[in-house]
Design a protein around this ligand. Structure first.
Ligand code: GLU
Length: 476
Protein backbone atom coordinates (compact mmCIF):
# COMPACT_ATOMS: atom_id res chain seq x y z
CA UNK A 1 0.00 0.00 0.00
CA UNK A 2 1.16 3.49 -0.68
CA UNK A 3 2.32 5.84 2.01
CA UNK A 4 1.80 9.57 1.93
CA UNK A 5 4.97 10.24 -0.01
CA UNK A 6 4.36 7.71 -2.77
CA UNK A 7 3.70 9.29 -6.12
CA UNK A 8 0.31 8.17 -7.40
CA UNK A 9 0.55 6.29 -10.68
CA UNK A 10 -2.48 4.92 -12.51
CA UNK A 11 -2.94 3.34 -15.87
CA UNK A 12 -5.42 2.57 -18.61
CA UNK A 13 -4.59 -0.80 -20.11
CA UNK A 14 -6.93 -1.51 -23.00
CA UNK A 15 -6.71 -4.52 -25.28
CA UNK A 16 -6.95 -3.13 -28.80
CA UNK A 17 -9.15 -5.95 -29.98
CA UNK A 18 -11.74 -4.10 -31.95
CA UNK A 19 -14.47 -2.20 -30.37
CA UNK A 20 -14.08 0.18 -27.43
CA UNK A 21 -17.46 1.56 -26.46
CA UNK A 22 -18.05 4.68 -24.47
CA UNK A 23 -18.58 2.71 -21.25
CA UNK A 24 -15.10 1.20 -21.61
CA UNK A 25 -13.58 4.64 -21.55
CA UNK A 26 -14.70 5.10 -17.98
CA UNK A 27 -11.82 2.77 -17.14
CA UNK A 28 -9.58 5.49 -18.57
CA UNK A 29 -11.42 8.49 -17.16
CA UNK A 30 -11.35 7.49 -13.49
CA UNK A 31 -7.68 6.52 -13.24
CA UNK A 32 -6.83 9.65 -15.22
CA UNK A 33 -8.89 11.84 -12.87
CA UNK A 34 -7.37 10.16 -9.84
CA UNK A 35 -3.82 10.74 -11.08
CA UNK A 36 -4.63 14.35 -11.91
CA UNK A 37 -6.35 14.99 -8.59
CA UNK A 38 -3.31 13.69 -6.71
CA UNK A 39 -0.65 15.28 -8.90
CA UNK A 40 0.39 11.83 -10.09
CA UNK A 41 1.00 10.13 -13.42
CA UNK A 42 -1.38 8.53 -15.86
CA UNK A 43 0.04 5.80 -18.05
CA UNK A 44 -1.30 4.24 -21.23
CA UNK A 45 -0.48 0.60 -21.81
CA UNK A 46 -1.67 -1.28 -24.86
CA UNK A 47 -2.29 -4.94 -24.04
CA UNK A 48 -1.75 -6.32 -27.50
CA UNK A 49 -0.45 -9.82 -26.82
CA UNK A 50 -3.52 -11.31 -28.45
CA UNK A 51 -2.03 -10.71 -31.88
CA UNK A 52 -4.90 -12.38 -33.71
CA UNK A 53 -7.42 -9.91 -32.42
CA UNK A 54 -5.31 -6.78 -31.88
CA UNK A 55 -5.09 -4.12 -34.54
CA UNK A 56 -3.35 -0.80 -35.05
CA UNK A 57 -6.71 0.64 -36.09
CA UNK A 58 -8.10 -0.13 -32.66
CA UNK A 59 -5.02 1.41 -31.02
CA UNK A 60 -5.54 4.58 -33.06
CA UNK A 61 -9.19 4.75 -32.04
CA UNK A 62 -8.18 4.50 -28.39
CA UNK A 63 -5.47 7.15 -28.63
CA UNK A 64 -7.64 9.53 -30.64
CA UNK A 65 -10.52 9.01 -28.23
CA UNK A 66 -8.34 9.86 -25.24
CA UNK A 67 -6.99 12.94 -27.01
CA UNK A 68 -10.43 14.10 -28.04
CA UNK A 69 -11.67 13.82 -24.46
CA UNK A 70 -8.57 15.61 -23.21
CA UNK A 71 -7.35 12.66 -21.14
CA UNK A 72 -3.67 13.45 -21.45
CA UNK A 73 -1.16 10.72 -20.75
CA UNK A 74 2.14 11.19 -18.95
CA UNK A 75 3.82 7.98 -20.09
CA UNK A 76 3.23 5.59 -22.94
CA UNK A 77 1.68 4.21 -24.91
CA UNK A 78 3.66 1.15 -23.91
CA UNK A 79 2.99 -1.93 -25.99
CA UNK A 80 3.16 -5.33 -24.37
CA UNK A 81 4.43 -6.84 -27.61
CA UNK A 82 7.51 -4.67 -27.23
CA UNK A 83 8.15 -5.97 -23.74
CA UNK A 84 8.39 -9.68 -24.46
CA UNK A 85 12.05 -9.87 -23.46
CA UNK A 86 11.21 -8.38 -20.13
CA UNK A 87 8.52 -11.03 -19.53
CA UNK A 88 10.95 -13.77 -20.57
CA UNK A 89 13.52 -12.49 -18.10
CA UNK A 90 10.95 -12.51 -15.30
CA UNK A 91 9.81 -16.00 -16.25
CA UNK A 92 13.37 -17.21 -16.05
CA UNK A 93 13.85 -15.51 -12.71
CA UNK A 94 10.73 -17.24 -11.39
CA UNK A 95 11.76 -20.65 -12.71
CA UNK A 96 15.26 -20.25 -11.27
CA UNK A 97 13.86 -19.10 -7.94
CA UNK A 98 11.42 -22.01 -7.66
CA UNK A 99 8.43 -19.67 -7.90
CA UNK A 100 7.27 -21.33 -11.11
CA UNK A 101 7.74 -24.70 -12.75
CA UNK A 102 7.42 -26.55 -16.04
CA UNK A 103 4.32 -28.63 -16.43
CA UNK A 104 4.30 -31.33 -19.12
CA UNK A 105 0.69 -32.34 -18.77
CA UNK A 106 -0.95 -32.66 -22.16
CA UNK A 107 -4.25 -31.06 -23.11
CA UNK A 108 -5.84 -34.55 -23.18
CA UNK A 109 -4.66 -35.42 -19.67
CA UNK A 110 -5.91 -32.10 -18.39
CA UNK A 111 -9.30 -32.64 -19.99
CA UNK A 112 -9.55 -36.13 -18.56
CA UNK A 113 -8.83 -34.84 -15.05
CA UNK A 114 -11.32 -32.03 -15.53
CA UNK A 115 -14.05 -34.43 -16.63
CA UNK A 116 -13.37 -36.67 -13.67
CA UNK A 117 -13.58 -33.73 -11.30
CA UNK A 118 -16.84 -32.56 -12.80
CA UNK A 119 -18.23 -36.09 -12.50
CA UNK A 120 -17.20 -36.06 -8.81
CA UNK A 121 -18.89 -32.68 -8.43
CA UNK A 122 -15.54 -31.07 -7.66
CA UNK A 123 -14.37 -27.73 -8.94
CA UNK A 124 -12.21 -28.40 -12.04
CA UNK A 125 -8.61 -27.48 -11.36
CA UNK A 126 -5.07 -28.54 -12.17
CA UNK A 127 -4.06 -31.40 -9.87
CA UNK A 128 -0.50 -30.23 -9.17
CA UNK A 129 1.11 -33.29 -10.79
CA UNK A 130 4.22 -31.41 -11.94
CA UNK A 131 4.41 -29.07 -8.96
CA UNK A 132 7.76 -29.63 -7.27
CA UNK A 133 7.68 -30.13 -3.51
CA UNK A 134 10.36 -31.16 -1.06
CA UNK A 135 10.56 -34.92 -0.99
CA UNK A 136 8.23 -35.36 -3.98
CA UNK A 137 9.36 -37.32 -7.03
CA UNK A 138 8.13 -35.84 -10.27
CA UNK A 139 7.07 -38.04 -13.21
CA UNK A 140 9.65 -38.63 -15.92
CA UNK A 141 9.66 -35.87 -18.50
CA UNK A 142 7.81 -37.12 -21.60
CA UNK A 143 9.54 -36.85 -24.95
CA UNK A 144 8.50 -34.26 -27.47
CA UNK A 145 6.14 -32.39 -25.15
CA UNK A 146 6.62 -28.68 -24.88
CA UNK A 147 5.81 -27.67 -21.32
CA UNK A 148 3.80 -24.72 -20.08
CA UNK A 149 5.13 -22.73 -17.13
CA UNK A 150 2.89 -22.68 -14.08
CA UNK A 151 3.01 -20.31 -11.15
CA UNK A 152 3.40 -21.99 -7.77
CA UNK A 153 0.36 -20.54 -6.11
CA UNK A 154 0.28 -20.71 -2.29
CA UNK A 155 -1.63 -23.82 -1.18
CA UNK A 156 -3.39 -22.36 1.81
CA UNK A 157 -4.35 -19.08 3.36
CA UNK A 158 -6.40 -16.35 1.77
CA UNK A 159 -5.75 -13.52 -0.59
CA UNK A 160 -7.30 -10.44 0.97
CA UNK A 161 -7.48 -6.97 -0.43
CA UNK A 162 -9.45 -3.85 0.38
CA UNK A 163 -11.01 -2.98 -2.91
CA UNK A 164 -11.47 0.78 -3.31
CA UNK A 165 -14.94 0.22 -4.71
CA UNK A 166 -16.17 -3.11 -3.37
CA UNK A 167 -14.63 -3.17 0.08
CA UNK A 168 -12.71 -6.08 1.60
CA UNK A 169 -12.53 -9.14 -0.62
CA UNK A 170 -11.08 -12.43 0.56
CA UNK A 171 -10.42 -15.41 -1.69
CA UNK A 172 -9.14 -18.71 -0.40
CA UNK A 173 -6.00 -19.99 -2.11
CA UNK A 174 -7.72 -23.36 -2.29
CA UNK A 175 -9.90 -21.78 -4.98
CA UNK A 176 -6.89 -20.94 -7.13
CA UNK A 177 -4.84 -23.51 -8.95
CA UNK A 178 -1.39 -23.04 -10.41
CA UNK A 179 -1.87 -20.53 -13.17
CA UNK A 180 -0.25 -21.05 -16.55
CA UNK A 181 2.04 -18.06 -17.00
CA UNK A 182 3.76 -19.16 -20.23
CA UNK A 183 2.33 -21.21 -23.09
CA UNK A 184 4.12 -24.17 -24.72
CA UNK A 185 5.62 -21.79 -27.29
CA UNK A 186 7.07 -19.74 -24.44
CA UNK A 187 4.80 -16.73 -24.82
CA UNK A 188 3.69 -15.23 -21.53
CA UNK A 189 0.01 -15.21 -20.59
CA UNK A 190 -2.24 -12.30 -19.86
CA UNK A 191 -2.27 -12.19 -16.04
CA UNK A 192 1.47 -12.57 -15.88
CA UNK A 193 2.17 -9.67 -18.26
CA UNK A 194 -0.20 -7.43 -16.33
CA UNK A 195 1.69 -8.12 -13.12
CA UNK A 196 5.12 -7.54 -14.63
CA UNK A 197 3.89 -4.31 -16.18
CA UNK A 198 2.10 -3.00 -13.11
CA UNK A 199 5.26 -3.60 -11.08
CA UNK A 200 7.69 -2.18 -13.65
CA UNK A 201 5.47 0.83 -14.21
CA UNK A 202 5.18 1.36 -10.45
CA UNK A 203 1.40 1.47 -10.63
CA UNK A 204 -0.03 2.43 -7.24
CA UNK A 205 -3.74 2.19 -8.10
CA UNK A 206 -5.33 -0.25 -10.51
CA UNK A 207 -8.77 1.06 -11.41
CA UNK A 208 -10.49 -1.22 -13.90
CA UNK A 209 -13.71 -2.97 -14.78
CA UNK A 210 -15.00 -5.61 -12.40
CA UNK A 211 -14.80 -8.21 -15.16
CA UNK A 212 -11.18 -8.46 -13.97
CA UNK A 213 -11.99 -9.13 -10.34
CA UNK A 214 -11.28 -12.87 -10.69
CA UNK A 215 -7.80 -12.10 -11.96
CA UNK A 216 -6.92 -9.96 -8.98
CA UNK A 217 -6.14 -12.66 -6.37
CA UNK A 218 -3.94 -14.46 -8.90
CA UNK A 219 -2.15 -11.24 -9.75
CA UNK A 220 -1.65 -10.40 -6.07
CA UNK A 221 -0.10 -13.82 -5.43
CA UNK A 222 2.36 -13.35 -8.28
CA UNK A 223 3.22 -9.86 -7.01
CA UNK A 224 3.93 -11.30 -3.57
CA UNK A 225 6.10 -14.01 -5.09
CA UNK A 226 8.10 -11.37 -6.95
CA UNK A 227 8.47 -9.35 -3.76
CA UNK A 228 6.58 -6.42 -5.28
CA UNK A 229 4.30 -3.80 -3.75
CA UNK A 230 0.64 -4.69 -4.17
CA UNK A 231 -1.24 -1.72 -5.64
CA UNK A 232 -4.64 -0.54 -4.44
CA UNK A 233 -7.33 -2.16 -6.58
CA UNK A 234 -10.66 -0.56 -7.42
CA UNK A 235 -13.06 -2.56 -9.57
CA UNK A 236 -15.72 -0.57 -11.35
CA UNK A 237 -19.19 -2.07 -11.72
CA UNK A 238 -20.36 -2.80 -15.25
CA UNK A 239 -22.12 -0.28 -17.42
CA UNK A 240 -25.56 -1.46 -18.49
CA UNK A 241 -27.51 -0.23 -21.45
CA UNK A 242 -31.06 1.15 -21.26
CA UNK A 243 -32.49 -2.37 -21.31
CA UNK A 244 -30.34 -3.36 -18.34
CA UNK A 245 -28.03 -5.56 -20.42
CA UNK A 246 -24.26 -5.38 -20.36
CA UNK A 247 -23.24 -2.76 -22.91
CA UNK A 248 -21.69 -4.14 -26.06
CA UNK A 249 -21.47 -3.44 -29.75
CA UNK A 250 -24.00 -6.16 -30.40
CA UNK A 251 -26.70 -4.33 -28.51
CA UNK A 252 -26.05 -0.96 -30.03
CA UNK A 253 -23.27 0.56 -27.91
CA UNK A 254 -21.36 3.29 -29.73
CA UNK A 255 -17.68 4.08 -29.72
CA UNK A 256 -16.30 7.44 -28.75
CA UNK A 257 -15.62 8.13 -32.43
CA UNK A 258 -19.28 7.45 -33.24
CA UNK A 259 -20.26 10.13 -30.75
CA UNK A 260 -17.75 12.53 -32.23
CA UNK A 261 -19.23 11.94 -35.69
CA UNK A 262 -22.74 12.38 -34.31
CA UNK A 263 -21.87 15.92 -33.22
CA UNK A 264 -21.28 15.48 -29.50
CA UNK A 265 -18.91 17.78 -27.64
CA UNK A 266 -16.08 16.17 -25.70
CA UNK A 267 -17.02 18.22 -22.62
CA UNK A 268 -20.48 16.67 -22.64
CA UNK A 269 -19.13 13.14 -23.02
CA UNK A 270 -16.60 13.68 -20.27
CA UNK A 271 -19.20 15.09 -17.91
CA UNK A 272 -21.57 12.26 -18.79
CA UNK A 273 -19.01 9.52 -18.28
CA UNK A 274 -17.84 11.06 -15.03
CA UNK A 275 -21.33 10.64 -13.56
CA UNK A 276 -21.69 7.10 -14.85
CA UNK A 277 -20.57 5.48 -11.63
CA UNK A 278 -19.30 8.41 -9.60
CA UNK A 279 -21.03 11.31 -7.89
CA UNK A 280 -20.31 14.45 -5.97
CA UNK A 281 -23.41 15.39 -3.98
CA UNK A 282 -26.10 16.11 -6.53
CA UNK A 283 -23.83 17.86 -9.02
CA UNK A 284 -24.85 16.92 -12.57
CA UNK A 285 -23.01 19.54 -14.60
CA UNK A 286 -19.42 20.37 -13.79
CA UNK A 287 -16.22 21.37 -15.50
CA UNK A 288 -13.25 19.12 -16.03
CA UNK A 289 -11.38 21.10 -13.38
CA UNK A 290 -14.18 20.59 -10.84
CA UNK A 291 -14.28 16.91 -11.66
CA UNK A 292 -10.56 16.57 -11.00
CA UNK A 293 -10.85 18.57 -7.83
CA UNK A 294 -13.77 16.52 -6.53
CA UNK A 295 -12.76 13.10 -7.74
CA UNK A 296 -12.07 10.52 -5.09
CA UNK A 297 -12.21 6.76 -5.06
CA UNK A 298 -14.56 6.86 -2.06
CA UNK A 299 -17.33 8.32 -4.20
CA UNK A 300 -17.32 5.59 -6.82
CA UNK A 301 -20.67 3.83 -7.11
CA UNK A 302 -20.98 0.22 -6.01
CA UNK A 303 -23.85 -0.80 -8.24
CA UNK A 304 -23.91 -1.04 -12.03
CA UNK A 305 -24.40 2.24 -13.84
CA UNK A 306 -27.08 2.51 -16.47
CA UNK A 307 -26.41 4.28 -19.72
CA UNK A 308 -29.00 6.87 -20.65
CA UNK A 309 -28.82 8.33 -24.17
CA UNK A 310 -31.39 10.99 -23.19
CA UNK A 311 -29.22 12.29 -20.41
CA UNK A 312 -26.25 12.45 -22.73
CA UNK A 313 -28.32 14.42 -25.26
CA UNK A 314 -29.44 16.75 -22.50
CA UNK A 315 -25.86 17.35 -21.42
CA UNK A 316 -24.72 17.86 -24.99
CA UNK A 317 -27.47 20.42 -25.48
CA UNK A 318 -26.38 22.16 -22.31
CA UNK A 319 -22.75 22.36 -23.38
CA UNK A 320 -23.67 23.52 -26.88
CA UNK A 321 -26.01 26.18 -25.58
CA UNK A 322 -23.40 27.58 -23.22
CA UNK A 323 -20.39 27.21 -25.48
CA UNK A 324 -18.43 30.17 -26.76
CA UNK A 325 -19.90 30.75 -30.22
CA UNK A 326 -16.51 31.22 -31.86
CA UNK A 327 -15.20 27.90 -30.56
CA UNK A 328 -18.47 26.17 -31.30
CA UNK A 329 -18.40 27.47 -34.86
CA UNK A 330 -14.94 26.00 -35.33
CA UNK A 331 -16.13 22.63 -34.04
CA UNK A 332 -19.15 22.79 -36.34
CA UNK A 333 -17.18 23.48 -39.54
CA UNK A 334 -16.58 19.80 -40.48
CA UNK A 335 -20.31 19.12 -40.13
CA UNK A 336 -21.22 22.26 -42.07
CA UNK A 337 -18.94 21.18 -44.90
CA UNK A 338 -20.79 17.90 -45.02
CA UNK A 339 -23.99 19.88 -45.46
CA UNK A 340 -22.44 21.61 -48.46
CA UNK A 341 -21.50 24.95 -46.89
CA UNK A 342 -18.24 26.16 -48.45
CA UNK A 343 -15.44 27.52 -46.26
CA UNK A 344 -12.27 29.47 -46.77
CA UNK A 345 -10.30 28.55 -43.69
CA UNK A 346 -12.54 29.25 -40.70
CA UNK A 347 -14.98 31.53 -42.48
CA UNK A 348 -17.64 30.80 -45.01
CA UNK A 349 -16.78 31.67 -48.57
CA UNK A 350 -19.91 33.77 -49.05
CA UNK A 351 -22.85 34.79 -46.91
CA UNK A 352 -23.37 35.86 -43.33
CA UNK A 353 -20.79 35.34 -40.58
CA UNK A 354 -20.75 31.67 -39.60
CA UNK A 355 -20.13 32.55 -35.96
CA UNK A 356 -23.29 34.67 -35.89
CA UNK A 357 -25.30 31.86 -37.45
CA UNK A 358 -23.98 29.37 -34.91
CA UNK A 359 -24.65 31.86 -32.13
CA UNK A 360 -28.30 31.95 -33.13
CA UNK A 361 -28.73 28.21 -33.66
CA UNK A 362 -26.93 26.95 -30.57
CA UNK A 363 -29.82 27.68 -28.22
CA UNK A 364 -31.94 24.92 -29.70
CA UNK A 365 -29.48 22.37 -30.99
CA UNK A 366 -28.84 18.98 -29.41
CA UNK A 367 -25.72 18.32 -31.47
CA UNK A 368 -23.42 19.91 -34.02
CA UNK A 369 -25.15 18.22 -36.94
CA UNK A 370 -28.36 20.03 -36.05
CA UNK A 371 -26.48 23.33 -36.05
CA UNK A 372 -24.93 22.54 -39.43
CA UNK A 373 -28.28 21.57 -40.88
CA UNK A 374 -29.88 24.71 -39.52
CA UNK A 375 -27.04 26.81 -40.92
CA UNK A 376 -27.72 25.62 -44.45
CA UNK A 377 -30.69 27.98 -44.73
CA UNK A 378 -28.35 30.95 -44.36
CA UNK A 379 -26.11 29.97 -47.22
CA UNK A 380 -28.46 28.69 -49.85
CA UNK A 381 -29.26 30.82 -52.85
CA UNK A 382 -32.43 32.88 -52.72
CA UNK A 383 -35.29 30.57 -53.64
CA UNK A 384 -36.70 30.94 -57.15
CA UNK A 385 -40.42 31.25 -56.60
CA UNK A 386 -43.05 30.58 -59.20
CA UNK A 387 -45.41 33.42 -58.33
CA UNK A 388 -48.28 31.75 -60.15
CA UNK A 389 -48.03 28.38 -58.43
CA UNK A 390 -50.69 27.24 -56.03
CA UNK A 391 -48.06 26.60 -53.41
CA UNK A 392 -46.79 30.14 -53.62
CA UNK A 393 -50.27 31.58 -53.46
CA UNK A 394 -51.21 29.52 -50.48
CA UNK A 395 -48.14 30.73 -48.61
CA UNK A 396 -48.18 34.36 -49.72
CA UNK A 397 -51.77 35.55 -50.03
CA UNK A 398 -52.84 38.59 -52.03
CA UNK A 399 -53.90 40.33 -48.85
CA UNK A 400 -50.53 40.03 -47.13
CA UNK A 401 -48.53 41.50 -50.02
CA UNK A 402 -49.20 45.18 -49.17
CA UNK A 403 -48.30 44.44 -45.54
CA UNK A 404 -45.00 42.89 -46.62
CA UNK A 405 -44.29 45.96 -48.75
CA UNK A 406 -44.94 48.24 -45.82
CA UNK A 407 -42.65 46.16 -43.68
CA UNK A 408 -39.94 46.20 -46.35
CA UNK A 409 -39.99 49.99 -46.41
CA UNK A 410 -39.73 50.23 -42.65
CA UNK A 411 -37.00 47.64 -42.62
CA UNK A 412 -34.80 49.78 -44.83
CA UNK A 413 -34.94 52.57 -42.30
CA UNK A 414 -33.69 50.41 -39.43
CA UNK A 415 -30.07 49.86 -38.42
CA UNK A 416 -30.46 46.17 -39.20
CA UNK A 417 -30.23 45.01 -35.60
CA UNK A 418 -32.50 42.24 -34.44
CA UNK A 419 -34.22 44.60 -32.01
CA UNK A 420 -34.90 47.24 -34.65
CA UNK A 421 -36.23 44.62 -37.07
CA UNK A 422 -38.50 43.21 -34.37
CA UNK A 423 -39.79 46.70 -33.60
CA UNK A 424 -40.51 47.35 -37.27
CA UNK A 425 -42.44 44.11 -37.53
CA UNK A 426 -44.41 44.91 -34.44
CA UNK A 427 -45.35 48.32 -35.74
CA UNK A 428 -46.65 46.90 -39.00
CA UNK A 429 -48.57 44.19 -37.18
CA UNK A 430 -50.20 46.76 -34.89
CA UNK A 431 -51.16 48.92 -37.88
CA UNK A 432 -53.05 46.00 -39.35
CA UNK A 433 -54.20 44.37 -36.11
CA UNK A 434 -52.44 41.18 -37.11
CA UNK A 435 -50.76 38.48 -35.13
CA UNK A 436 -47.09 37.64 -35.63
CA UNK A 437 -47.42 34.35 -37.62
CA UNK A 438 -49.66 35.99 -40.23
CA UNK A 439 -46.68 38.07 -41.33
CA UNK A 440 -43.78 35.90 -40.21
CA UNK A 441 -44.88 32.80 -42.15
CA UNK A 442 -45.04 34.42 -45.61
CA UNK A 443 -41.76 36.24 -44.88
CA UNK A 444 -40.11 32.94 -44.04
CA UNK A 445 -41.51 31.37 -47.15
CA UNK A 446 -40.38 34.23 -49.37
CA UNK A 447 -36.90 34.20 -47.91
CA UNK A 448 -36.27 30.48 -47.61
CA UNK A 449 -39.11 28.59 -49.28
CA UNK A 450 -39.95 27.02 -45.93
CA UNK A 451 -41.99 28.10 -42.97
CA UNK A 452 -39.79 26.26 -40.45
CA UNK A 453 -36.97 28.53 -39.34
CA UNK A 454 -35.48 29.91 -36.15
CA UNK A 455 -36.57 33.37 -34.92
CA UNK A 456 -37.16 35.39 -38.07
CA UNK A 457 -36.04 38.78 -36.72
CA UNK A 458 -32.66 37.29 -35.75
CA UNK A 459 -32.35 35.57 -39.11
CA UNK A 460 -33.06 38.75 -40.99
CA UNK A 461 -30.51 40.62 -38.94
CA UNK A 462 -27.83 37.99 -39.63
CA UNK A 463 -28.58 37.78 -43.34
CA UNK A 464 -28.55 41.56 -43.64
CA UNK A 465 -31.26 43.99 -44.69
CA UNK A 466 -30.06 44.31 -48.25
CA UNK A 467 -30.45 40.60 -48.98
CA UNK A 468 -33.73 40.44 -47.07
CA UNK A 469 -35.20 43.31 -49.05
CA UNK A 470 -34.08 41.63 -52.27
CA UNK A 471 -35.84 38.42 -51.31
CA UNK A 472 -39.04 40.10 -50.11
CA UNK A 473 -39.18 42.30 -53.15
CA UNK A 474 -40.27 39.50 -55.45
CA UNK A 475 -43.79 40.55 -54.53
CA UNK A 476 -43.04 44.26 -54.49
N1 GLU B 1 -6.54 -5.31 -21.04
C1 GLU B 1 -7.65 -5.42 -20.15
C2 GLU B 1 -8.94 -5.08 -20.86
O1 GLU B 1 -8.90 -4.42 -21.87
C3 GLU B 1 -7.51 -4.55 -18.93
C4 GLU B 1 -6.56 -5.09 -17.95
C5 GLU B 1 -6.40 -4.34 -16.67
O2 GLU B 1 -6.88 -3.19 -16.58
O3 GLU B 1 -5.77 -4.87 -15.79
O4 GLU B 1 -9.98 -5.45 -20.41
Amino acid sequence: MENSTTRIRTRFAPSPTGFIHLGNLRSALYPWAFARSKGGDFILRIEDTDQERSSQEAVDVIIEGLQWLGLDIDEGPFYQMQRLERYQATLKQMLDGGLAYYCYMSEEELNAIREQQIANKEKPRYNGLWRPEIGKTLPPIPEGVKPVVRFKNPLDGNVVWKDAVKGVISISNEELDDLVIARPDGTPTYNFCVVVDDLDMKITHVIRGDDHINNTPRQINIIHALGGQVPVYGHLPTVLNEQGEKMSKRNGAMSVRDYQLAGYLPEAILNYLARLGWSHGDAEIFTKEQFIQWFDLDSLGKSPAQFSPEKLIWLNHHYIQHADSGLLAEQTIPFAKQEGIVFDGNEVQAGPSFVKVVDLLKARANNLIEIAQGAKLFYMDAPKHDLQSAEFKSNVSETIIPVIKEFTEKLQKTDGSKEAIAAAMKEVLTNHSMKMPVLAMPIRYLMFATTQTPAIDAMMSIIGIEEVVKRLSVVA
